[in-house]
Design a protein. Structure first.
Lengths: 491, 469
């Protein structure tokens, strides 16, 4: 039997991160205790940087989309750009994780898992086959389950991990069942072949295919935190260690949404009348549920969790538009959104470390004046989430609305606009707390004083700010990247 | 060189803001720098004025592609009338910054940075020639205002700012939907290239956003609290300058790009504006405090300006522009004076004020002068503006003109009540004996505004004949 030709370059991002994970694990075992922390962080950072560079090279060198490894993965610019976003998110997450206080035990494992998660996501976004899709999904999900629970001395972390495991496994099971149904109906695993089989065999209205599609959407919706599949999000985001939440909120969403677009456009173009409506409805429900639930939250991590549900809604609008402008909009939106998400959770992590307790709207009071750089950065991140100008979040929302309008979904634009108006209330509440509440209302820091301020965290947050604001001014180059990537999808 | 002037007027205050924020100046130096920057900005505007050609084309234009695939470009430029609005902006902002410097504000670096940033954003609004650039600057105005009122405002500031921001953003977001609809259909977001449209819904989206900003009846719910809770100079800016962004929007976007819907909806808008004019004047007459009078008079005057714009002819529009400049200067001066009174008496309520003219000739003179210009005494530039507006609207129905004229009578009533309530009759319980007359610094801030008004009163044609209509 012939072994398939393997294009190692196409796998380079995933391999770089896998190597980093392996080296970090070896270091955790072989090196003395004190060196493990720094070693793990450096290796993970190098892994993500290397993956980012590999993805960039892959982008540059893939003028045509091609199938690799017996049509299991697709080497194209769409996947490469998503990998770049994941790598960037990972790098910033390493910066945010470095000073996390409870890092005494399992430090090496933490960084190794972070790199492994990145590897899984890099693999996932290239998947072009139901099998590799499931493989990639489980790969990064299992790593994330462990990462969420890694602070084993904190009950809420264990609870978050367990909750994510159970609900996530249920989602994966639904997705697998859907894949099985689709395979059963069409006899094909590869996305393009599925599309061909559906049109050739006249399966457009076949019950198995439709049920399989619905379950696939549900499974992917679980991962992307789209309502009504988002029930795990607030508890898991709240309980997990904040740097892990930061990474999850950016990278998982990027991977899940990018793959959702890929599979819907490549495998099910015949069903587009159905799934565009379904995705549009899910988007509206996410917008509504996410925003309304966030209004009443006091705990910042929960609030941002619900806000991430609403952003999944926005990005699903771009998916529902089912046109090249929508793909461009999705890819572009992910950039300021990821930066703002990582940065916001980074600021929350900083506050957590100062106070030694969960960050709420009350105890973030006065932070804007005490820590001007972090305060100003958080201000910019909240503006980016709200979609106000001078941040890339505005341009992202604009492109999403433009894509929706071009596809004729004008009511989605109206829904998005109303959702943005509602979301302002809680984003401004954060700014209000930080700047307009007097620090005297605060409780005092725990005995022993706050830990020293951390340069690496501040640098990471400032880098996020730079990306958030920079993506507003440098729209043309980023949109260019997104355009070339979107052009390789079969619209 | 010419084409960079507009961008210079936008970017210079923003650069100055960054400088003030990032470098750890002492409080005095920060304030001085901000004042210097504001005055240099006025200088740049005067430079632009001398180079300006009022022949009807867009001057000082600059265009760079921003995102080419959707037809969005960074396109800025000025017409005659928007040049005057920019001028009014930079003068009022300089006065406000000077006043804040003299009064002293906490965390001055943050404060002055925000004021400078606001200046750049507002100048950007008045120079936009592309819909998305307009939207960006329109929203960018809101960001510093939220913090300025929310941090440095009065006791009820949190509720006031949240109302202000949510109202304005709701309107702006509707406008965003309208902009997206217009631009995607036309393939370009440029004001000149987009072309005319007859879509009533898109027109309404714009109108609602501007109606919240101005504000117009019945979307004025945010007005009284925001104007009462802001620091005096921020109220001056809100009332004098920020509300004119709505006027600009009507005159540059809503009316020219949508002639048919404007014509169809003219009775509706005129009706709401007239209602606002009379209702605002009535509320101003009943307001118990100085700021309340000025705030509701702002509602009334913006309604009058909207009537002028929706007369849909050049006469009314010239009157509207002249009145916008006037009202900007007048309400800025009035709010600064209100601030001066509040600093001396810790209150603005008429019940506790009175008799301040005794022994305070400067305060009495300046307040009287500003007040009678505000009520549009014949001979003042406000009178010229109102006359032109009423002349313009007369063609569309004498009823509107009668209502407008009646509101002018009401304006006289509430302004005289303001002046008397503060200056005349018995000395109020909150007015201490030792309260000083207007200090030289305060005079140096307010008198230039009044001087501009007097100059315009003598020569309104300086503006009305240089509008590029």
């Amino acid at each position: 039997m012939d072994t398939p030709v393997v294009d190692w370059f196409a796998l380079a991002p995933a391999l770089a991160l896998l190597a980093a994970a392996g080296v970090a694990l070896l270091g955790a075992v072989l090196l003395p205790r004190r060196a493990v922390h720094a070693f793990g962080a450096i290796v993970a950072a190098l892994g993500f940087a290397g993956a980012g560079v590999a993805a960039a090279l892959l982008y540059w060198k893939s003028p045509e989309a091609t199938y690799e490894v017996a049509e299991a993965i697709r080497r194209d610019r769409f996947g490469a750009l998503a990998q770049m976003i994941v790598a960037g998110a990972g790098l910033l997450a390493v910066g945010i994780s470095y000073g996390h206080r409870t890092r005494r035990e399992h430090v090496g494992e933490y960084f190794a898992l972070l790199a492994a998660t990145g590897a899984g996501m890099a693999f996932f976004v290239q998947a072009t086959n139901l099998m590799t899709l499931f493989l990639g999904l489980e790969w990064f999900s299992i790593c994330l389950y462990i990462l969420c629970a890694i602070e084993i001395d904190r009950v809420s972390s264990l609870e978050a991990g367990l909750k994510y495991l159970i609900v996530g496994s249920f989602g994966s099971a639904v997705l697998l069942f859907g894949s099985a149904l689709v395979y059963g109906a069409t006899g094909e695993l590869e996305f393009g072949a599925i599309a061909a089989a559906i049109s050739d065999q006249g399966l457009v209205n076949d019950g198995l295919v439709l049920a399989g599609l619905a379950m696939l959407l549900a499974g992917l919706g679980f991962k992307a935190s789209a309502a009504p599949f988002h029930m795990w999000t607030p508890d898991v985001y709240e309980g997990a260690p904040t740097p892990v939440t930061a990474f999850m909120s950016a990278a998982t969403k990027a991977a899940a949404l990018v793959l959702t677009m890929r599979i819907l456009v490549t495998a099910f173009p015949a069903e587009e009348e159905l799934w565009t409506v379904a995705v549009a409805v899910i988007a509206c429900v996410s917008l509504a549920w996410g925003n309304v639930a966030a209004l009443v939250q006091r705990n910042l991590k929960r609030m941002l969790a619900y806000s991430s549900v609403s952003h999944a809604g926005f990005m699903l609008i771009a998916v529902a538009a089912n046109n090249e402008l929508g793909a461009k909009a999705l890819l572009y939106y992910l950039i300021p959104y990821s930066a703002a998400s990582l940065g916001a959770f980074g600021v929350i992590a900083a506050r957590e470390r100062e106070l030694g307790e969960r960050v709420t709207l009350d105890n973030i009071g006065g932070m804007g004046w005490e820590r001007p750089v972090l305060g100003a950065s958080m201000w910019i991140f909240m503006l980016a989430f709200a979609g106000l100008p001078l941040t890339g979040g505005f341009v992202g929302k604009f492109y999403v609305f433009a894509a929706a309008y071009e596809a004729g979904w004008w009511w989605l634009v109206v829904a998005g606009v109303i959702a943005t108006a509602i979301s302002l209330y809680y984003y401004l509440a954060v700014i209000r707390s930080m700047y307009m509440r007097m620090p005297a209302e605060l409780r005092l820091v725990p005995a022993g004083g706050s830990p020293p301020r951390e340069a690496l965290l501040s640098t990471s947050v400032v880098a996020c700010t730079a990306v958030t604001v920079g993506s507003f001014f440098a729209v043309e180059p980023l949109i260019d990247l997104a355009e070339k990537a979107a052009a390789q999808l079969p619209f | 060189m010419n084409e960079w002037l507009t961008t210079a007027m936008i970017a210079f205050p923003v650069a100055a803001a960054l400088l003030v924020w990032l470098v750890p100046w002492s409080n005095q130096v920060a304030g001085s720098l901000a004042l210097l920057a504001a005055l240099v900005e006025v200088g740049i505007w005067i430079n632009a004025l001398t180079r300006f050609d009022f022949d009807g084309a867009i001057e000082l234009e600059q265009r760079h592609e921003w995102f080419g695939d959707l037809g969005v470009s960074y396109h800025v430029g000025l017409l005659g009338w928007s040049l005057w609005l920019v001028g009014m902006t930079v003068v009022v902002m300089a006065a406000a910054i000077a006043y804040a410097y003299w009064t002293g504000r906490e965390s001055p670096r943050a404060y002055f940075g925000l004021m400078l940033f606001l200046t750049g954003a507002i100048v950007g609004v008045f120079s936009s020639q592309d819909l998305l650039v307009f939207y960006v600057f329109f929203e960018a105005m809101l960001i510093p205002l939220y913090v300025l009122v929310g941090v440095w405002g009065g006791p009820g500031r949190l509720g006031a700012t949240i109302k202000f921001v949510i109202y304005t953003m709701a309107g702006s977001l509707l406008m965003l939907a309208a902009i997206v609809a217009y631009g995607i259909e036309r393939g370009s977001f440029d004001l000149a290239e987009g072309g005319l449209s007859d879509n009533h819904w898109i027109f309404l989206g714009f109108v609602i956003a501007f109606a919240v900003k101005a504000p117009l009846f019945p979307l004025h719910g945010w007005l009284p609290d925001a104007y009462r809770e802001s620091p005096a100079e921020v109220s001056a800016v809100l009332s004098g300058v920020v509300s004119k962004a709505a006027g600009f929007g009507f005159l540059a976007i809503a009316v020219p790009l949508f002639p048919e819907p404007a014509d169809d909806l003219q009775p509706l808008v005129l009706g709401l504006a007239t209602a606002g004019l009379i209702y605002g004047s009535y509320l101003a007459f009943r307001a118990p405090d100085v700021r309340g009078v000025i705030a509701y008079s702002s509602l009334a005057q913006m309604s009058l300006i909207t009537i002028g714009i929706f007369s849909l002819d050049d006469l009314g529009s010239s009157g509207a522009v002249l009145h916008m400049v006037n009202h900007g200067l007048v309400s800025a001066a009035l709010f600064l004076l209100a601030g001066a009174v509040e600093r001396r008496t810790s209150t603005g309520e008429f019940a506790r004020l009175g008799g301040m003219a005794r022994g305070r000739p400067a305060l009495a003179t300046v307040l009287m002068a500003t007040g009678i210009i505000a009520l549009a005494v014949p001979g003042s530039s406000a009178f010229a503006g109102e006359f032109l507006i009423l002349a313009g609207i007369f063609d569309d129905g004498w009823g509107w003109a009668v209502a407008g004229a009646f509101a002018i009578v009401l304006a006289a009533m509430y302004m005289l009540r303001l002046i008397s309530g503060v200056l005349h009759q018995d000395v109020g319980p909150a007015v201490p004996e030792e309260a000083l007359d207007l200090r030289p610094a305060e005079l140096a801030v307010i008198v230039p505004l009044v001087a501009c008004l007097l100059a315009l009163s003598a020569w309104p044609a300086a503006i009305t004949e240089r509008l590029s209509f």
